[in-house]
Ligand binder design. Sequence first.
Ligand SMILES: *Cc1c(COP(=O)(O)O)cnc(C)c1O
Length: 360
Amino acid sequence: MDKLLFTPGPLTTSKTVKEAMLHDYGSRDSKFVNMVREVREKLLTLAEVSQDKGYETVIIQGSGTFGIEATISSSVPRDGHLLIVINGAYGHRMAKICSVHGIKYTSLVFAENEIPTIEKTEDALKNDSSITHIAIVHSETTTGIFNPIKEFGALAAKYNKTYIVDAMSSFGAVPVNVAEFNIDFLVSSSNKCIEGVPGFSFIIAKREKLMQCKGQARSLVLDVFAQWEGLENDGQFRFTPPTHSLAAFHKALEELETEGGVSARAARYKENYQTLIAGMRKLGFKEYLEPEKQGYIITSFLYPKGNFNFKEFYNSLNEKGFVIYPGKLTQADAFRIGNIGQLHKKDVEALLQAIESLLI
Ligand SMILES: *Cc1c(COP(=O)(O)O)cnc(C)c1O
């Protein structure tokens, strides 16, 4: 049996999702083209929008960061300026993307255990009228903190800024209404809460803003507008499509529906999370974040006092069939345990037992 992945992705997937990959589809095969069309439609439904309401889905080959880089480098014009609201490594990554592409940006940095405030962000907007775009991460996987993307959307709308959300580790398991939240570009990927396998990222875009990306891209393969145009014209990808992972994702979306949609998935992940923190607290571990800031996707735990050796801890759990994740914090020693993927309460209980056995 495969090890259980308590990580932020790739994740443990269902047997049936893996089995969906036991076929070879040609990129022009009508069955494959139909799957792509259905996937693009279903993603809009998950985002609580539709083409009729003016939204589009673009699929880009590569991992989640490819989608973020594609969005930033296609949507910010040459004379644009991106304000990046940062409280973790994934926010900093967006700044790195800007710097590579020579895109003007401002980093508004908050502590990793702090929720960014509207007030400070509004001040930044008032202080610099050259800002055209705002970007923020929804579930900062660095810590597991949830950022209030609806409130930031209202702020972006108030100042008429284009609004980009990295919803990589939340989309599919945390309800989002892209129109209501005023999101212009939402980015997520195939191997997070929808429980597919790695291979592509996707962008839910407001059509009006997507049209403005035409001719603006700084990269051929990461051109969001050209990618959309290809998919829209003949249902095909411009370059070799990730056929197997698309088939797996198509199946994963079906299974998400069968489970009961976003709210049911949220309920399962919350149960995993509650089981995890209750068990870890009993074993003497402490979370890094205050509980009211902590989301139910992934949790950072501080290294316990004394001579705790994470590498040994990690390896022993790995040998028992449980894969956890190292920390990514700059300020504290911590490790992470994810609640997402095909994991259920019984799996979390099994992990807790394994951890307990190492502490004795
Ligand atoms: C997973 C993740 C990404 C993308 O990472 P990749 O390794 O490129 O898939 C981006 N942002 C957040 C918040 C993530 O959790």
